[in-house]
Design a protein around this ligand. Structure first.
Ligand code: SAH
Length: 232
């Protein structure tokens, strides 16, 4: 059975035509992109690396990594976002990124230890069995290579900020984008990583200030957070 929720994929496909509009539903992804890209690049410089972006959507991060000199494959199971990603890469003359409609698990069954770096951002909270995606990422990365995850914590504060605040009060995201029960505590994600042979080396929180309308990286992992893991 395929590890995907068809309703989740349809949600992203329905909005795909607006993926690169920085004032659309995808505004948060556009705003956080430079922050996460700089963080990734500071830990594992992407230039000249073979990079896999799992759940790449319209390619905001995948293309940005290619622009920094990485050779990137973006994968997703929603076909419309992938088409948008391909078109955008073509239009921006980005030749170092490819896209494929394939699951991380299926790609891992094709080849092991193929990538220097694997990124899987804002995706695990949309998947029925996130631990299976973590295992696939661990299989796909080379020994001593890096895997980066970002997702949303599960606690009363994240319910208030990520669902009530972002979807109902501030209208940053469409209602129904996120489901509380699918949020993942850092300790849970860290356990799946360790079980898959990944060592968690760095953890970072991402916060949003509604007054300045800006995101920032910091120590507060209460809502959005990122992990940098290394294959042992
Ligand atoms: N990682 C991108 C997009 C995040 S949106 C970024 O951060 O910019 C979440 C993405 O996960 C969507 O493109 C959605 O289609 C994808 N997704 C959801 N379930 C998936 C699955 N089971 N396998 C692959 N991609 C999935």
């Amino acid at each position: 059975m395929i590890n995907a929720d068809p309703q989740e994929l349809a949600k992203f496909s329905d909005l795909a035509h607006r993926w690169w509009d920085p004032d659309s539903e995808f505004r948060p992804l556009h705003q956080i992109n430079p922050l996460r890209l700089d963080w990734i690049d500071s830990i594992a410089p992407v230039a000249g690396r073979q990079v896999l972006d799992v759940g790449c959507g319209g390619g905001i991060l995948a293309e940005a990594m290619a622009h920094r000199g990485a050779r990137v494959l973006g994968i997703d199971l929603a076909s419309k976002p992938l088409k948008v990603a391909m078109l955008h890469a073509m239009e921006s003359g980005c030749t170092d990124v490819d896209y494929r409609e394939v699951s991380a698990e299926a790609l891992a069954a094709e080849a092991t230890a193929r990538y220097d770096l694997v990124t899987c951002m804002e995706m695990l909270e949309h998947v029925p069995d996130p631990a299976s995606v973590v295992r696939a990422c661990a299989t796909l990365v080379k020994p001593a290579g890096w895997v980066f995850f970002s997702t949303i914590n599960r606690n009363p504060k994240s319910f208030l900020f990520a669902i009530i605040g972002a979807e109902y009060v501030l209208d940053l995201l469409p209602r129904g984008t996120h489901e509380y029960a699918k949020f993942i505590r850092p300790s849970e994600l860290a356990r799946w990583c360790r079980d898959a042979g990944l060592e968690v080396e760095h953890t970072r929180g991402m916060t949003y200030n509604p007054l300045t309308k800006r995101y920032a990286l910091g120590a507060d992992t209460g809502v959005n957070y990122l992990l940098a893991c290394r294959r042992t």
